[in-house]
Write a protein that binds this ligand. Structure first.
Ligand code: NAP
Length: 240
């Protein structure tokens, strides 16, 4: 089956993993809309891809601002009339100390973007996803969202981030909840850990953003018999 003409929205698509997801989906013949917090960042990202011969459009979309979400989805509706792929990529990982010292504002801010924003975008996008033949939702999770991994012996103590890690565990739970509701429909909802990837969020990582993006694109392009309600990385299923 060809992906030609499929419409994809990538939140936080102006840089990092989201930017590479946008590139790869566009190269796979999707009509990609980059969501960016500002017009300037969206335009710059689209121009950068255009310079590489990759055409995408962009929309201003701050996932923590309800008005911005509804305005962005109205633009997608007016431009395309449906949405085939939603990549909930936007996320933050603020500096945080040990769990006993995390300021409530840090917890609040992290959840506003990583969890509440993701839910709000998904809810706003669902009417358009239901109009697609085979809607796909990919939620960016993390190994840090796996209770098994974080609670295991190999997890690094300096990565014991209360706000970020638990927000990604919540993303996993949100993924299962939407997947359960949508199981009678063709829409598939999965959580993906792109792996420890070199971006502004993780400058110390070795893995290029394109490699992290490839895992996301795989689950954005699942066939009809693919999984839903799962949690995956490049090697397959990740324990919850
Ligand atoms: P990044 O380079 O920091 O990019 C994050 C993107 O999210 C940026 O485009 C940023 O926009 C956007 N964003 C942040 N808050 C937003 C908001 N309120 N509304 C809309 N967009 C917002 O990080 P990344 O490494 O590519 O991360 C992408 C996703 O992968 C995140 O969900 C992250 O948790 C997940 N992840 C990353 C790694 C890793 O090692 N890098 C590992 C596991 C999971 P601005 O440019 O405006 O800030």
């Amino acid at each position: 089956m060809t992906d030609s003409g499929k419409v994809a929205l990538v939140t936080g698509g102006n840089k990092g993993i989201g930017f590479e997801v946008a590139r790869q989906l566009a190269q796979a013949d999707h009509q990609v809309v980059i969501g960016a917090r500002t017009d300037e960042r969206g335009r710059a990202a689209a121009e950068k891809l255009r310079a590489d011969g990759v055409e995408v459009s962009y929309v201003v979309l701050d996932v923590s601002a309800p008005d911005s979400i509804s305005a962005a989805l109205e633009v997608v509706a007016a431009r395309y009339g449906r949405l085939d792929v939603l990549v909930n990529n936007a996320g933050i990982a603020p500096a945080e100390g040990p769990p006993s010292e995390v300021a409530p504002e840090v917890l609040q801010e992290t959840y506003e973007t990583n969890v509440f924003g993701l839910v709000a975008v998904t809810q706003a996008a669902l009417p358009l996803l239901r109009l697609a033949v085979a809607g796909r939702i990919v939620n960016l999770s993390s190994g840090a969202g796996s209770l098994t991994v974080v609670g295991g012996p190999d997890w690094r103590p300096e990565w014991n981030g209360l706000a970020y890690n638990t927000s990604k565990s919540a993303v996993n739970a949100v993924t299962v909840a939407f997947a359960s509701e949508l199981r009678p429909t063709p829409i598939k909802v999965n959580a993906v850990n792109p792996g420890y990837t070199r971006t502004d969020m993780s400058p110390g990582a070795d893995r290029p953003a394109a490699a992290g993006a490839a895992v996301v694109v795989r689950y954005a392009s699942l066939p009809a018999d693919g999984p839903t309600g799962g949690f995956f990385d490049e090697n397959g299923a990740v324990p919850w």
